[in-house]
Design a protein around this ligand. Structure first.
Ligand SMILES: [Zn+2]
Length: 115
């Protein structure tokens, strides 16, 4: 693959460098090569508009559609995890359930103590 002839497009604008690196690794696991762009400008060129210093991910144009899908899934999972749930005890069988579970893993009773 000749890199110089490939179209490179921005697939994601990250919250920060950690976010950008995380997404880059997820994409790599899916076989998509992404390049983190802009992160190195952090703290070096203070006069740039903020969005230019925001880490962004660039991918080959052919990977854009699938890349977006993967990123959307990752973001959705992150949102769901960040919802303020906490571990809970089933009122029916008394088993401890982790915050991820909305239904008791043991007896399938729905957690009614939250939401
Ligand atoms: Zn239960």
């Amino acid at each position: 693959m000749d890199m110089s002839d490939d179209k490179i497009v921005e697939v994601y604008s990250a919250d920060d460098l950690m976010d950008a690196e995380h997404i880059r690794r997820v994409l790599a696991e899916e076989g998509i090569i992404a390049k983190v762009v802009g992160a190195s400008l952090h703290g070096i060129i203070g006069d740039l508009p903020a969005q230019l210093a925001t880490p962004r991910l660039w991918v080959h144009e052919e990977d854009f559609a699938r890349g977006r899908q993967i990123i959307e899934l990752v973001k959705q999972e992150q949102r769901e995890r960040s919802q303020t749930r906490s571990p809970w005890k089933c009122v029916s069988c008394g088993e401890e359930n982790s915050a991820d579970f909305e239904i008791c893993w043991s007896c399938q009773i729905v957690d009614e103590t939250q939401d």
